[in-house]
Design a protein around this ligand. Structure first.
Ligand code: MG
Length: 371
């Protein structure tokens, strides 16, 4: 089987409500997502998606996805998409780095591979585990009252796990943490996500002042080294996500004991191929995972839920459905938010297919003839 054609679409995805990230680094009202379709000489089609969360969250931006696919298309055309590790290696040789560019192509390869095998994607990623995948909300930063109002909206959608974005002025953060923590009900799970907004001294001050809360604290600072500095001085469990871009990052996290949990985002690490390997390291190291993507429609979210579905309890923590915050849904099938839980579709492949009429015309197509 060979890839014979790569088609690329750009999607404008408005958010239902504006979103502000920790530290005032990001304010986003719409996302720019890139959807790719791989056609093969055997008639099977694979879909993938890459959607950075704005341009300031990670070293990634939406137009960069499409420019990178243009760069990689001659390499991917002609390869067998079922050989996902071979394709990923070829992309790494053709374009070192730039993992977020490779993620949608990698996702489309896995979609073809699972369809060719006649199984749901999760069955190629370790096998479907029992139970459902817990979903977490993403609560934009704001005043405590604003954040509690957002949590109430999430509760109305069934969410029992919340990622509250803090990370600004230390005194204000201490207040936010105490007010929000006090409003959590029995069984509700709460993470305070700083999105690397604190300096180590600020993180130590804020976390020593709130040590009684014992909530998971995500990405308080910029680098792994800074987290190790914080790690020695605080008692709360820590999570890292924005410091995890590669196998090498994961190995260093394990070696140094930098955290108890990680956030694994498909786009940030280069797609399902690398994400599945990092997941396996976490199983060995006893590290819990949130498995999700950086943004996008039900296509990328469903791919991430497949990997979560193939990750045993109690390692899988929760998953975020970006599309729950969008006003449009151009996808047929895929996961749904069922009272705060999701289940990977039980059809061959990812099981989330973009509607051609909703995509419009592709912004680029590459064929074997172009090589
Ligand atoms: Mg985070």
């Amino acid at each position: 089987m060979k890839v014979t054609r790569i088609a690329v679409w750009s999607l404008d995805l408005p958010l239902a409500r504006p979103y502000s990230l920790s530290g005032g680094r990001l304010h986003v009202e719409r996302l720019d997502s890139t959807v790719v379709r791989l056609d093969t000489d055997e008639g099977l089609v694979g879909w993938g998606e890459g959607c950075p969360w704005g341009s300031t969250y990670l070293p990634a931006f939406a137009r960069g996805v499409r420019a990178g696919i243009e760069e990689l298309a001659p390499t991917v055309l002609g390869l067998d998409p079922r050989r996902t590790a071979v394709v990923h290696r070829a992309m790494d040789v053709a374009l070192p780095g730039h993992p977020y560019v490779k993620a949608p192509l990698d996702m489309a390869c896995w979609d073809v591979a699972a369809k060719a095998a006649g199984v749901p994607l999760c069955d190629l990623l370790g096998g479907r585990t029992d139970g459902r995948v817990r979903l977490h909300s993403s609560i934009p930063t704001g005043t405590p009252a604003q954040m509690l109002a957002e949590i109430d909206l999430a509760r109305a959608q069934g969410y029992t796990s919340h990622s509250a974005k803090i990370g600004a002025d230390v005194e204000a953060d201490i207040d936010r943490m105490r007010v929000i923590d006090a409003q959590m009900g029995p069984g509700e799970q709460l993470t305070f996500d700083c999105n690397r907004a604190w300096l180590p001294a600020e993180a130590i001050a804020a976390l020593q002042a709130t040590r009684d809360l014992t909530r998971l604290i995500e990405q308080p600072c910029q680098t792994v080294d800074q987290h190790l500095q914080v790690r020695r001085r605080v008692s709360q469990p820590l999570a890292l996500d924005e410091s995890l871009h590669s196998y090498g990052d994961m190995l260093r996290i394990v070696e140094t004991g930098a955290c108890e949990a990680v956030g694994l985002k498909l786009g940030r690490v280069g797609g399902l191929t690398v994400a599945a390997g990092i997941r396996d390291v976490c199983l060995e190291a006893g590290i819990q995972l949130n498995i999700e993507d950086t943004g996008g429609t039900a296509l990328s979210a469903t791919a991430a839920v497949h990997l979560a579905q193939a990750t045993p309890e109690p390692f899988r923590r929760a998953t975020w459905l970006c599309f729950d915050q969008l006003t449009t849904n151009p996808i047929d099938g895929g996961v749904t938010n069922t009272a705060g839980w999701a289940t990977a579709p039980d059809v061959p492949g990812i099981g989330a297919d973009p509607r051609i009429d909703a995509l419009g015309d592709p912004v680029a197509t590459y064929t074997s003839d172009d090589r």
